[in-house]
Ligand binder design. Structure first.
Ligand code: URA
Length: 236
């Protein structure tokens, strides 16, 4: 039989291991498995049956399927034209987006608006969303388990909007949607296929703010997109 002292040490050791594991998984926050509020999520039977983006948002906006639900201020669903031809997909909400409940409203968002306007479109014409609907604390990169949990929501958004083009903003969304480890550089300047939808990869606007030298290549990406878009429109 272990002595009381041995038992005490074993409890301490197990607790330490648990905390290290939690930190590896969720960063430097302690995840408490408690509900924020009384949550009504969509039932399995109703899942996939939303007829509009608003209905889908109502079904999922109380999501607590991953720890980010406990730390978010707002669920950031997506914004824009529900019948958009073009869907921009970023990575995850930042602090401004978390505060306002809308994707790309901070400095990166202001630049995204300019990028959209540079191809003679308006923010209201396109649809904008992210892979993750909740902000990772401290703006850390999304983790694969979080993206896996959140992707069914994005899939439903794509099913409802039915865009002709998806534009991935940055490496994380491109690598995740294309399920590849290829570099952003090697994914640009190509038209990929995402379950029958044309997918183009360009720099994340936040990366352009950090490194303005990438603005010219990003403009090349957008010109390639615009040419394909105009051709598609001319033939329809
Ligand atoms: N970065 C993103 O990837 N998405 C946002 O909504 C804001 C910043």
């Amino acid at each position: 039989m272990p002595s009381l002292e041995e038992e005490f040490h074993s409890v301490i050791e197990n607790t330490k291991q648990y905390l290290v594991q939690q930190t590896d998984l969720f960063g430097n926050i302690i995840y408490k498995e408690e509900k924020k509020e009384e949550v009504t999520m969509v039932s399995d039977e109703q899942w996939g049956k939303a007829k509009s983006l608003d209905e889908l948002n109502k079904q999922i906006c109380t999501c607590l399927k991953c720890p980010l639900g406990a730390t978010r201020t707002n669920f950031v669903f997506g914004v824009g034209n529900p019948n958009a031809d073009v869907m921009f997909i970023g990575e995850a909400p930042g602090a401004d987006e978390d505060a306002q409940g809308e994707p790309f409203v901070g400095r990166a968002g202001q630049l995204l608006n300019k990028i959209i306007e540079a191809v003679q479109m308006k923010r209201e014409d396109v649809y904008i969303c992210n892979i993750l609907k909740c902000r990772p604390p401290g703006n850390r990169d999304p983790q694969p388990t979080e993206m896996e949990t959140c992707t069914p929501y994005l899939t439903e958004q794509i099913k409802l909007v039915k865009p002709k083009f998806i534009i991935c903003l940055g490496r994380i969304s491109a690598q995740w949607l294309l399920q590849t480890n290829a570099t952003l550089g090697s994914l640009r300047e190509k038209v990929h296929d995402y379950h029958g939808t044309k997918l183009i990869v360009t720099y994340h606007p936040a990366a352009l703010l950090r490194n303005p030298n990438w603005k010219y290549p990003a403009w090349e990406d957008m010109k390639m997109f615009k040419k394909l878009y105009d051709e598609l429109k001319a033939n329809n």
